[in-house]
Design a binder for this molecule. Structure first.
Ligand code: ATP
Ligand code: MG
Length: 433
């Protein structure tokens, strides 16, 4: 990478960010942009949020700007609102001991920006940039690691990971999102600190999983997680799949799942996660989603996607009835994402016959959808009221069973979905029972 890229162009920093920094400067305080935004500026990646650190206390910041929201005063953070955009300004902090591996016992303000940088997780996240003076504060040589494309803990990885167990997962995540290697010593420090990782709240873990899915190729993070033991903690079934071979595929079942996930475009994190988990079975998927505090909606979608994908009747000779039965479980609304998932898998397996079979079957599913073949009891040409009025069947368990039976008949042959035909069939069935 050329040196030129390791300068920050004046124009790369939005005017309001410069205004926040220069206002703090003029009032006699130090002010730097810091963390992810400096890293991403230097890498030429899109910036998600602009974080400013300053020697000013929250109270002092509040006096300098018209609109300030006290978002996290107890941690030294306030949000300055300029032109409707939010900028977090955090007072320089040191951190006390972490006795629980989750949060520091005390946070205190410090004067030296270097002390604030020293409590950060990775060198590439521990660079501060003084916008007003065009000056980097980079005591841990984060820029060298950006050039070398390495994720390296600030100082001693063992200590960093003992302080906050989430950092081991962040290490895996950044190696995927930045497409960086993980420094050897940093990697070696992960396994001994898994007991601390176990104490981390599942909500924080879930957020890291979702952020990982935004990487172009999330697989890098999961390979790191598998090699270091993190994956055994989070999803033992997935870790175990690295010991299963797949006939006709050059790699383990785990590697197949990684490749399918990577083959799906970022954007729909849950769909990519379903691709990752599709082979472990819906019971395990459910346990994983519950254990890791995914929302109910996310969990249901994950279970539904993995189950429906595994139930697809991948057989060219299958009858339309089987495709309708599959569609009944899969639902029409989910066909396109299931198709994405199954196509990704077929492509990774690289088996021409499999791809052709899948495409032929998906086309037939499309026709079933376009024809609106009934696949649900609500789509039958008769309902409970019809059974009561025309056949004298009172609402009962029997009525439910008759309608369910009628649906099976219509799934076999949609031409039976006519009111008179169905009433006659149901009458005969009720009498013979
Ligand atoms: P992104 O926003 O792209 O996920 P980021 O680097 O901005 O990446 P954030 O979680 O937003 O990550 O945190 C902002 C900064 O705060 C980081 O760059 C890092 O310096 C510091 N930081 C965040 N979480 C931790 C942590 N668990 N331990 C130490 N430092 C942290
Ligand atoms: Mg950030």
């Amino acid at each position: 990478m050329s040196e030129a890229r390791f300068r920050i162009e004046h124009g790369a920093i939005p005017e309001p960010v410069r205004r926040v920094c220069s206002t703090l400067h003029k009032a006699g305080f130090g002010a730097w942009i810091v963390g992810g935004c400096v890293r991403d500026l230097l890498l030429g990646r899109p910036i998600s949020d602009w974080d400013v650190c300053s020697s000013a206390t929250p109270e002092q910041v509040q006096k300098l700007f018209r609109k300030v929201i006290p978002t996290g005063i107890q941690h030294g953070t306030v949000t300055v609102v300029l032109d409707g955009v939010h900028y977090e300004v955090t007072t320089l902090r040191g951190e006390g001991a972490y006795s629980d591996g989750r949060r520091p016992d005390s946070v205190f303000y410090v004067d030296d920006v270097r002390e604030d940088l020293a409590r950060r997780d990775f060198t590439v996240n521990a660079i501060a940039y003084d916008v007003t003076r065009d000056e980097f504060i980079d005591p841990f040589d984060g820029r060298d690691d950006l050039r070398a494309k390495v994720v390296r803990a600030v100082g001693d990885g063992n200590e960093r990971f003992r302080e906050d167990g989430l950092r081991v997962l962040r290490a895996a995540r950044f190696s995927a999102t930045l497409e960086f290697a993980l420094d050897d010593a940093t990697r070696d420090a992960i396994r001994p600190n898994l007991p601390t990782f176990r104490k981390v709240s599942r909500e924080r873990v879930r957020d890291e999983w979702m952020k990982t899915m935004k990487a172009r190729r999330p697989s890098r993070a999961f390979s790191v997680m598998n090699e270091t033991g993190i994956l055994d903690e989070l999803c033992p079934e997935l870790a175990a799949s690295s010991r299963l071979r797949v006939p006709g595929f050059n790699g383990s079942l785990f590697e197949l799942s990684l490749a399918v996930m990577d083959a799906i475009e970022p954007g729909d994190a849950v769909l990519r996660l379903a691709a990752l988990l599709h082979a472990i079975g819906d019971k395990s998927v459910e346990r994983f989603a519950k254990g890791n505090k995914f929302s109910n909606d996310e969990r249901e979608r994950l279970v539904h996607l993995t189950r429906s994908a595994s139930e697809f009747p991948m057989d060219r000779t299958v009858a339309d009835a089987a495709l309708r039965r599959w569609l009944r479980g899969a639902t029409r609304g989910a066909v396109s994402e299931l198709a994405t998932l199954m196509r990704a898998k077929a492509a990774v397996l690289g088996d021409g016959d499999g791809i052709a079979t899948l495409e032929a079957l998906l086309e037939r599913v499309d026709e079933i959808v376009v024809r609106r073949d009934p696949i649900d009891a609500r789509e039958l040409a008769v309902n409970g009221e019809d059974l009561q009025r025309s056949l004298g069947i009172a609402p009962s368990k029997q009525m439910g069973q008759l309608l369910a039976w009628a649906l099976q008949e219509v799934l076999d042959d949609p031409s039976r979905n006519e009111r008179e035909t169905l009433l006659a069939m149901i009458r005969a069935r009720a009498e013979s029972a």
